[in-house]
Design a protein around this ligand. Structure first.
Ligand code: SAM
Length: 293
């Protein structure tokens, strides 16, 4: 049974290897077995799965993953952690350790090499500074994957999960919900980590939609509209889109389209659902193309 998930074992291994925490890598190691079990259960990992773990640290979660999965690919940026991982993962012949930056590695190629391009399950206790870039990279690069189960800042999990009308609702909520169904599995207090982070965390589970849930003519244009709407979230949607440098739309074209959709012309972006953004972007895309020509 894996046994690293206690304060004493974690401190023992860190001392043995004279390890110094690197703040720039967001190193907060999990020391709570219940949370590890919740993550593995939420990710529904079985022996037929290949798991991509981002940031294994000293291998605490990696051991749990290796026990349950067929294969684990663990990508760790900090070279000082590699000898520790080699020690803590001795005895697991189903773990591949890569000393690389997840934001620079070719993930598509990694999945091709180790899982024949079949869907993987991504599991990570993420450094907070890469939460948004990594989630978006996984979806936008169309990495073959089924689910993403992540430890993130509680506030970020709430932002991703929320819908129209809430003040947390924004471009990140819409981008993630376009690709997946988010669920918050557990709230995790700072005391579950060494060292303790300044804020609470949450386990977020994202189940990728098998097919898009909204009909979108041009994904890039949809995201341009969404970003423009929330870049100036205190302005009306019509003003925010008219002011956007990368869109070529007149205020009248936008308000006419809103009227056609039975939406008030003074509505703000934060009131629109993903389905409404999809309809709006499909209609405005044609006008934008006409205005460029
Ligand atoms: N999974 C371990 C655990 O739960 O105890 C460690 C989690 S710690 C919050 C984040 C880990 O991600 C650290 O080991 C850190 O060195 C690693 N990391 C940070 N940035 C990374 C990056 N760009 N690519 C790969 N790993 C990274």
């Amino acid at each position: 049974m894996p046994d690293l998930a206690t304060p004493s074992k974690t401190i023992e291994i860190l001392k043995k290897h004279n390890f110094s925490f690197q703040k720039k890598y967001g190193q907060n190691f999990l020391i709570d077995r219940h949370i590890l079990e919740k993550i593995v259960t939420a990710a529904e990992i079985s022996k037929s799965d290949c798991v991509l773990e981002i940031g294994p640290g000293i291998g605490t979660m990696t051991q749990y993953l290796a026990e349950h999965a067929g294969k684990v690919i663990a990508v760790e940026i900090d070279k000082c952690l590699i000898p520790i991982l080699e020690e803590t993962l001795t005895g697991y012949d189903n773990v591949i350790i890569k000393n690389q930056d997840i934001l620079r590695i070719d993930i598509l190629n990694l999945v091709k090499e180790y899982n024949n391009s079949k869907p993987v399950k991504v599991v990570a206790n993420l450094p907070y500074y890469i939460t948004t870039p990594i989630i978006m990279a996984l979806f936008e690069q169309h990495i073959p994957l089924e689910t993403i189960t992540l430890m993130v800042q509680k506030e970020v999990a709430e932002r991703i999960k929320t819908g129209p009308g809430s003040k947390e609702y924004g471009a990140l909520s819409l981008a993630v919900q376009y690709y997946a169904k988010p669920e918050i599995i557990a709230v995790v207090p700072p005391a579950c980590f060494i060292p303790k982070p300044a804020v609470s965390s949450a386990v977020l589970h994202l189940k990728k939609h098998p097919a898009p849930t909204v009909n979108v003519t041009d994904e890039d244009f949809l995201f341009k509209i969404i970003r423009a709407a929330f870049n100036q979230r205190r302005k009306t949607l019509a003003n925010a889109l008219t002011n956007a440098d990368n869109l070529k739309l007149t205020r009248k074209e936008i308000t006419d389209t809103l009227k056609k959709m039975n939406l008030n012309e003074s509505i703000r972006g934060e009131a629109l659902s993903l389905a409404e953004f999809a309809v709006l972007s499909n209609q405005l895309m044609l006008k934008n193309i006409d205005n460029i020509d």
